[in-house]
Design a binder for this molecule. Structure first.
Ligand code: PGA
Length: 248
């Protein structure tokens, strides 16, 4: 059990979202570095590591990750079929991939995924028993209207989502904190995670400019059961330091 959050009975989860970064070759180097840096058996028993490489690095990650779970950043909600340019569940299952990120703000805003589309993906992969990391988060204009507006916005992002349907972790990722170098402050995270806890008993992750300097403070925040890290996960040493910050 994680000593930092033993009251809720969750182990801490550390997730790396490589987004559209890294190649098969650099992913191999990444995991070689991570293996050299190492994780104690005790750490691996009490914490969970999940890596989301790009599709073209998936095989390299499966082959070279000495620990942790490998998931995908997206997939199409069909087993297979005439969906040009998409990856379906058959291909994922053939690679023993059963973990998926759904609802990331970059897919919602840059790639136009509506709540309906996100909910369809969620229901499809839940039916197949995938572990789903479900992302929610508000834009700056909503945050500026205060916590009640944030709560209403986040609540709407659970429309059509059955959090009981499979194993789920919910990642709160305020859009204004993603890739900006400006994380939410601890009070904002605490307040928003307390609200999310009223909606679900699933593990709650925070994401948005998490780095080696702020990870410990964020991980110590009530109702934070882990972190989803983008930019600072791209470097193996940096991600390793984040994972070890719980032990300081
Ligand atoms: P960031 O990205 O750590 O670069 O802010 C987080 C995410 O989008 O998952």
């Amino acid at each position: 059990m994680c000593p930092l959050d033993s009251t809720q009975g969750f182990i801490m989860q550390f997730m790396a979202n490589f987004k559209c970064n890294h190649t098969a070759h650099s992913v191999q180097e990444y995991f070689t570095t991570l293996r050299t840096l190492g994780f104690s058996q005790e750490f691996l028993r009490e914490h969970e590591l999940v890596f989301f490489p790009s599709f073209l690095s998936l095989q390299a990650a499966k082959d070279f990750a000495p620990f942790g779970e490998i998931g995908v950043q997206n997939a199409y909600p069909a087993f297979n079929g005439a969906f040009t340019g998409e990856i379906g569940a058959q291909a994922l299952e053939s690679m023993q991939v059963h973990t998926i990120l759904i609802g990331h703000s970059e897919r919602r805003s840059l790639l136009g995924e509506s709540q309906e589309c996100v909910a369809e993906k969620f229901a499809f992969f839940a039916r197949l028993g995938f572990f789903i990391v479900y992302c929610v988060g508000e834009p700056l204009s909503v945050r500026q209207q205060g916590e009640k507006a944030v709560q209403d916005y986040l609540q709407a992002q659970f429309a059509g989502i059955d959090l009981e349907a499979t194993r789920v972790s919910v990642a709160y990722e305020p859009i204004w904190a993603i890739g900006t170098g400006r994380s939410a402050i601890v009070q904002e995270i605490a307040q928003t995670h307390a609200f999310l806890r009223t909606l679900t008993q699933s593990p709650l992750l925070y994401g948005g400019s998490v780095n080696a300097g702020n990870a410990r403070e964020i991980l110590l925040t009530p109702n934070v059961n882990g972190v989803l890290v983008g930019s600072a996960s791209l470097d193996a040493k940096s991600f390793h330091t984040i994972t070890q910050s719980v032990l300081l």
